[in-house]
Ligand binder design. Structure first.
Ligand code: SF4
Length: 73
């Protein structure tokens, strides 16, 4: 039986994060503005690496509040 990795910390099951290229053009910044128009969405730049990321705060459909990941039970 697979270990339930959601048992203790389910933080990563409540968002998705996708790396995007560092914006250079007016169009790139327009795209970022469009991301930010969406609810529960942020754009983040990691301080150390300088990597740009879009974060969408949405629960995974497999996440159950009582048992954790239904996909790993
Ligand atoms: S599939 Fe399971 S472990 Fe993966 S994000 Fe969803 S709830 Fe979490």
């Amino acid at each position: 039986m697979a270990e339930n990795k959601c048992g203790k910390c389910i933080a990563c099951c409540k968002y998705t994060m996708i790396q995007i290229p560092k914006p250079k053009t007016k169009g790139d910044y327009s795209d970022i503005l469009w991301y930010l128009y969406h609810e529960n969405t942020n754009v983040m730049v990691e301080r150390k690496s300088g990597k740009w990321q879009v974060i969408s705060y949405n629960r995974c459909k497999n996440l159950d509040d009582k048992i954790g990941c239904k996909n790993i039970q």
